[in-house]
Design a protein around this ligand. Sequence first.
Ligand SMILES: [Zn+2]
Length: 361
Amino acid sequence: MALEKEEMNPFDRVTAALKGEPTDRVPIGWLGRREVGFGLPQVTVADVVREKSGYKLYKGIKAMVERFHPDMIAVMTYTTVEAVAMGTKDKYFADQLPAPIDYAIKSPEDLEKTKIPDPRVDGDLPCLYNALKKVSNDFSGQVPIGAGTVGPFSVGARIRGLWDISFDIMRRPWFAHDVVKHATEACINIIEGFREAGATGTSSGAGSETVLGIEHFRQFCVPYERMYHRKAKKLGYLSMSRHICSGPSADLVIDEFPKFGFDNLPILVWGYYKDAQTMQQKKKLFTEYTPVVAVGGTLRASDELFYGTPAQVEAESVKLLDVCSPGGRYFHMADCCIPPTTPLENLDAFVISAKKYRPKA
Ligand SMILES: [Zn+2]
């Protein structure tokens, strides 16, 4: 299928969409985490995410950009990378993302010994730092480049463990606050390094927080996230991409997101919205606060994108676009990490269906 010649380049398209201005077509978000599986089966996911030079990650990103021409790049590997740099232990796999098996903080004393990581040297962060430098070298000014963390609360939950931080929140909230405060400092230190390495956009958000009730979300997420966003702005970041992951309270706590400071940076809120109608409602809610917010996400990465046929992926994409894209401020993205072994033909269908999509008159 031949596509029309495009009027805007990715950088201008994303900038316009984040301001709520018209774009020539729906912008396509990053197809995140498929890049770490690009070299399979010769190169394992474990090889990619642990390589200090970031060369294999850079090669995966470049291959993704060349095949799909998305409108943004996010340099990321796995969602416990910050915690691993602080002492959490992960298990690594050949064809999927690492997962935690032992957490850094087992008692209040451990918190004192847990250092604030330096992205140039600690854990698997150098992979990101160095890949970011290479990616900026190639794509800076053409495609917006983002790099960030999973955000203060999720890093807290990944150094302490989700069960244990839930216990702390209920039984000794002072300690839960100490953990999240420490995690906030870690997140800030990491994005300070990423900014230096060339990122112009940053990010936050992951699972863990969507198991909290609204009151706990207000107490243990909002103030720290707000601090993180304000620091990101001070560091010179131009935008924030804020993920909402699936979880029992996802569609409830998302209403608290404007308290992070939608007045602060242009924000793309993407991820899990339950269904297209919910996303359309939230889009309306967010844009009441500020003109500089866009929403994206919802096609389910772990089942629809992974197991579907290209024809099913295209049909689902169009259904979502029909409901969510009118009025702009919408990015075509999956709801979460795209598994490293997702069929590339499915991603072709996912991307092309949105690139050729034009709203119904
Ligand atoms: Zn997620």
